[in-house]
Design a protein. Structure first.
Length: 256
């Protein structure tokens, strides 16, 4: 589903629900008199305030996680590039650089498409194992290469940790119980609006429309932030695209 279509659906929901409530209040005899409705409106205010806090807490938490995900992706790509630049300091490291470039290429062209579906690419595990196997195979015997080799070990370890952090975000960060609370709170808020009808149709419609728009749009934003690698707000593999281009350029300058 394209971003434009998603936005259209969200906008349609924001408009349709107030019209539905307006139709119900207009054609159905209200079970409560105006004084009871005013009392319920006061109590509903406390409920809406608590619900707004829950939504705000969820959105701020997920926004921080989303930004950390962008940083994680950038660091993972940067580590691959730094190893590519550092590895010529080791003898017989040409195949190691080839595997690094293949790693970046598969991530940006294949794994990213799988991540949009909420899964990871199994081929990446094979490349990761081959990177470690190749690094062990070119272990230097001369002390002059020990520092470079140890730095590569640290970088490859860090890159693996960043990839794991990236993959763990595919399942979302909010627990199922939290989503249940968010959806239940949204339903109860809409249900409560029926019992707060003021009898002024136009005023009630505008008030309902404003509240419903905020609830629907906030829930939609929370949903998008909880899946940072899919949806209309998905993180793009820009860092890996840039790194791959630099690797291709550097590869033409580094002796085989």
């Amino acid at each position: 589903m394209t971003s434009t279509l998603i936005y259209a659906v969200v906008a349609l929901v924001c408009i349709a629900i107030p019209f539905l409530l307006h139709h119900i209040n207009k054609n159905a005899e209200h079970p409560l008199d105006i004084s009871l409705r005013q009392l319920i409106s006061q109590n509903l205010t406390y409920f809406i305030t608590l619900y707004a806090f829950i939504l705000g807490f969820s959105m701020i938490t997920l926004w921080g996680i989303y930004q950390n995900a962008e940083t994680t992706v950038t660091k993972e790509a940067e580590l691959a590039l730094n190893m590519y630049r550092l590895s010529p300091g080791l003898p017989n490291s040409g195949h190691f650089r080839y595997l690094l470039k293949d790693y970046v290429k598969v991530v940006k062209e294949e794994e990213w498409k799988e991540m949009e579906k909420g899964v990871f690419h199994p081929k990446m595990d094979s490349i990761d194992d081959r990177l470690w196997a190749e690094l062990n195979a070119i272990r230097p015997k001369s002390p002059e290469y020990f520092s470079t080799y140890n730095n590569l070990i640290v970088m490859l370890t860090d890159m693996g940790e960043h990839r794991l952090e990236r993959l763990l975000l595919l399942d979302g960060s909010l627990y199922t119980q939290m989503w249940a609370l968010i959806y239940l709170g949204g339903f109860l808020s809409l249900f409560g609006l029926f019992f707060t009808s003021t009898g002024q149709a136009k005023v009630q419609f505008i008030s309902d429309f404003m509240m419903i728009c905020m609830i629907v749009l906030t829930i939609y934003l929370i949903y998008e932030l909880d899946s940072p690698f899919s949806g209309s707000l998905q993180i793009e593999p820009k860092a890996f695209n840039i790194v791959y281009e630099k690797m291709v350029h550097l590869g033409a300058q580094i002796p085989k």
